[in-house]
Design a protein around this ligand. Structure first.
Ligand SMILES: [Zn+2]
Length: 476
């Protein structure tokens, strides 16, 4: 069965902040291309159904062993001989450096944008063993393979390991995964704790697995594995703000399906400036890979930005239907990224009224970023042009305009949440996910004129984006 990979997100922790700062300061503007590469969206399903390991067949079985010395061995066992193994995810060529075949007969090669594992003499094989490098590696447009905790625990991302005999197609979507860990440590898989070893059937985008000694804390809203080395301000925010935001969005968008989400927050105090966060089904995670977090948290703006980021990620958890995410292709990301940012703004204004000035300023900067960006290219081209940040900035403005128009037309009885809830219902009843269904509803909730303007803003390169942005908000 073809198992369509639906989509979700991973984004730089500073995504929105960087979008703002890049617009305004010379130093950060130099970093813009790099930042935009960090902003990304990928595919997944809401539910991971967990078929039984023993009853499932997979082309390639994956086995991971962590030793007490922190060596990570990866074994692939194929169901039939392979000429080579290909990988589902190919963000760059870093496996070539970071994955070491144990036998000198094997090599990892990078060809035409994809990595492959093969034997040097070209002969086929059914079994291969490699050593992994268990450090943080920022992957452009993908989840980090390892996110280390400061107490030597680590998150490992399984989607990185998914491999196929010869070639990956959408039909190959089940991997039997087993993991073995040293005595005294435990694994957290799908919210459950295991010692020694466990196995499961993994699929779609995979998931993050915790390996280490830290006990998860179960709260009403999440199972939390929060790095004890994080500054108190961040720990406090994670344990107080995330549940608060979940309640806030649950009241407006309904309860989450499936198991209680696990919140992973890891901190590697290293000389770097990289940080990342994202969501996978029933998982929300953040990793800070930098050494000045203690100083950063003294800055109110940084705290506001962190809360905004949390709100954005939590909002993503509520953007799914029973069957998976509601949004479409990467070049249509204004739909969910813009929505998540607008919902973040609404949540902060309601829950943390002192952030009003920060938000007003931020929306102003988003507008400038969007206007400047759309002079150069259309929004649907942004993903191919490394301008992913425009989905956040222009997207927020689109959703804000829709929200205001819905409220105006309904005399305050309906809002963006009513619209999103009906959008979810429609998709659950068989309508196509993505912007077409969403905009059909927008037309019903507001006006045909607004939808025409939104489409123009999304699909065409504009000589004066400011005019059309202004017209989103008036004449409704
Ligand atoms: Zn996002």
């Amino acid at each position: 069965m073809a198992n369509k990979r639906l989509s979700d997100l991973i984004e730089s922790y500073y995504s929105s902040l960087l979008v703002q700062i890049t617009t305004y300061t010379h130093y950060f503007s130099l970093k813009l291309p790099e930042i935009n590469l960090k902003l990304f969206q990928i595919a997944l399903l809401l539910f991971i159904n967990f078929p039984l390991y023993a009853e499932t067949t997979s082309e390639v079985d994956i086995s991971i062993t962590k030793s007490i010395e922190n060596t990570w061995t990866l074994i692939y066992q194929m169901s039939r001989p392979a000429n080579r193994l290909s990988f589902v995810r190919n963000p760059d060529n870093s496996r070539v450096e970071r994955w070491k075949p144990i036998s000198p007969d094997f090599e990892i090669v990078f060809e035409e944008g994809k990595e492959y594992l093969n034997k040097k003499d070209g002969s086929s094989f059914e079994h291969a063993e490699l050593m992994l490098t268990p450090t943080y590696k920022h992957l452009s447009k993908d989840y980090a393979p390892f996110s280390p905790y400061s107490d030597s625990g680590v998150l490992i991302y399984t989607g990185r390991l998914f491999a196929c005999i010869d070639m990956c197609t959408e039909d190959v979507n089940d991997w039997r995964v087993s993991m073995n860990i040293p005595l005294g440590e435990h694994l957290i898989v799908n919210g459950k704790v295991y010692t020694n070893s466990t196995n499961w059937v993994d699929r779609d985008d995979g998931m993050n697995i915790y390996v280490g000694r830290q006990k998860p804390i179960e709260t009403d809203s999440v199972i939390a594995v929060i790095d004890s080395g994080l500054p108190e301000e961040i720990k406090l925010s994670l344990s107080a703000d995330i549940p608060k935001l979940m309640v806030y969005f649950q009241e407006r968008l309904g309860k989450l399906n499936g198991v209680k989400p696990t919140l992973f927050a890891s901190y590697a105090k290293v000389d770097d400036r990289s940080s990342q966060g994202g969501t996978l089904p029933n998982q929300i995670f953040m990793h800070w890979n930098l050494n000045d977090l203690d100083a950063k948290v003294k800055d109110t703006k940084f705290i506001n930005q962190t809360t905004w980021f949390f709100a954005h990620e939590v909002a993503h958890l509520y953007q799914r239907s029973k069957f998976g995410v509601l949004y479409g292709e990467p070049n249509q990301s204004w739909l969910h990224e813009g929505n998540a940012d607008w919902l973040a703004a609404l949540a902060l204004l309601d829950l943390y009224p002192k952030t009003e000035e920060y938000i007003t300023e931020k929306v102003g900067r988003f507008k400038k970023h969007c206007v400047d960006g759309l002079k150069e290219l259309s929004l649907i081209e942004a993903t191919n042009e490394g301008q992913f940040g425009l989905y956040y900035t222009c997207g927020l403005l689109i959703h804000r305009a829709i929200d205001h128009a819905v409220q105006k037309k309904s005399n305050g009885l309906k809002n963006i949440y009513s619209l999103w809830n009906e959008f979810r219902q429609k998709v659950e009843h068989g309508d196509e996910k993505g912007p077409e269904t969403f905009l059909t509803l927008v037309e019903q909730y507001t006006s045909k004129e607004l939808v025409i303007r939104i489409k123009k803003l999304v699909e065409t390169k504009l000589s004066s984006p400011e005019d059309i942005l202004n017209r989103l908000s008036i004449d409704q």
